[in-house]
Design a protein around this ligand. Structure first.
Ligand SMILES: Nc1nc2c(c(=O)[nH]1)N[C@H]1C(S)=C(S)[C@@H](COP(=O)(O)O)O[C@H]1N2
Ligand SMILES: [Mo]
Length: 397
């Protein structure tokens, strides 16, 4: 069994304080978080003076506990409780960042970890953690979402952290690659003591050199100003901003330059459907980038008593995509029309934006809350398929 020391929940204020105390090295968090909080305002005045009676449960979702590490190795999961996000505390502490696959019991990260850079190169280079640290710099706030983030995982496989790391494009320049080396395989340690019922071992993803550059992918040295922990990929992991988590390889030990004919890895095949590929292509080059399209969902439905009347306040997040969304629309029932979300403004696609909407249902019953982006230029394939619909039971109006 993996043992985890219980750590106290850190509030944003604690985080700011400790960043401050630790001095210059951690100041990313300090200057980023307040601006983010200011940007993602999601309040509505309609509830001023009212009493918050509690939140409705989302119906038809798994009952798995949230913010708790379940299982170990390939079957380890931690589903993050998103319902507690507020404009003041928009970033969960590391303890609550989702986990998909825990560190292997066979992982030995104590002695000098190395990353072999080889393949179609003139000279193989071996990187140490020290080399990485030298190239590390603040990378900012980035969201990660598992492509298998579903109702069964209570949509809790999505989180945000403030990262530091070395851009992988810089590292690639250390080895002279051959002209035909257009793609890069990033591989992680993926041998486990136990076999899994649901996941296949093997963690390698193939990118084009260009994709790693434009996404600003980096090898992580720190998460929220702290050393990366084992379950999140220590001693070193990749983060590919804007891509599904399956491409963000943990326990990275090899970077290999390959050509256009390289085969898709078992990890790419395992996640083909979840990253919206057409079938399961054999060649890596036939995969579309595993980017997260624009998406949105409710994270809590608050029940209020205002001036003697029951009112609801729906709070949600919007994430993914690469264009700013001007208008977000919400529908509470398939029979109703979409209406424009009142409290919403997006200034960045990554990490996420909070939105909120006052809601006064006219009858009791089951509601299916669904979001839509009213902009034909914004790709919303997954959102439009009904993937992020969440349901609540209203028993009092
Ligand atoms: N080596 C390795 N890296 C991996 C995985 C894995 O199973 N093995 N899982 C991937 C998947 S599916 C996701 S969603 C992210 C999860 O990262 P996290 O557990 O730090 O949230 O790691 C990715 N990196
Ligand atoms: Mo994932």
């Amino acid at each position: 069994m993996l043992t985890r020391k219980p750590r106290p929940n850190r509030t944003r204020r604690d985080f700011l304080r400790s960043s401050f105390v630790a001095g210059g090295a951690l100041l990313v968090g300090f200057d980023k978080l307040p601006t983010l909080a200011a940007k993602i305002q999601a309040r509505t005045d309609a509830f001023d003076g009212g009493k918050h009676l509690g939140n409705l449960d989302f119906a038809g979702e798994s009952r798995a506990p949230l913010d708790t590490l379940l299982g170990s190795e390939l079957d380890a999961r931690l589903y993050s409780d998103l319902s507690t996000l507020t404009p003041e505390e928009p970033i969960p502490p590391i303890e609550r960042f989702y986990v998909r696959t825990g560190a292997s019991h066979l992982l030995d990260s104590e002695k000098g970890w190395q990353i072999r850079m080889g393949g179609l190169v003139d000279k193989t280079v071996t990187l140490s953690l020290e080399d990485l640290r030298k190239g590390a710099r603040p990378a900012g706030l980035h969201l990660m979402e598992c492509s298998g983030n579903t109702r069964a995982t209570r949509f809790g496989m999505i989180s945000v952290a403030d990262w530091s790391g070395a851009p992988i494009s810089d590292l690639l320049e250390l080895c002279k690659s051959k002209p035909q080396a257009t793609r890069v395989v990033v591989s992680g340690f993926d041998t486990y003591s136990a076999s899994s019922a649901t996941s296949r071992p093997g963690a390698d993803w193939v990118f084009t050199v260009e994709q790693l550059k434009t996404s600003k992918a980096f090898l992580v040295t720190e998460m929220n100003g702290q050393p990366l922990n084992k379950d999140h990929g220590a001693p070193v992991r990749l983060v590919v901003p804007g891509w599904y988590g399956c491409a963000s390889i943990k326990w990275v030990n090899a970077i290999t330059l390959v050509d256009e004919n390289f085969l898709a890895t078992s990890q790419m095949q395992e996640f083909a459907a979840r990253t919206h590929q057409q079938g399961t292509p054999k060649l890596a080059r036939d995969y579309r980038p595993a980017i997260i399209d624009q998406a949105a969902m409710p994270i809590r439905v608050e029940k209020w008593l205002v001036d003697g009347r029951i009112k609801y306040h729906v709070v949600g997040i919007l994430w993914g995509g690469s264009r700013l969304v001007k208008a977000l629309e919400i529908r509470f029932n398939p029979e109703e029309n979409y209406v424009r979300v009142d409290h919403f403004s997006q200034t960045e696609n990554d990490p996420w934006s909070l939105w909120s909407q006052a809601w006064t249902p006219t009858t009791v019953g089951t509601y299916l809350i669904r979001l839509r982006v009213a902009d034909p230029l914004v790709e919303t394939k997954r959102l439009d398929s009904g993937y992020y619909v969440r349901s609540v039971e209203v028993t009092e109006i």
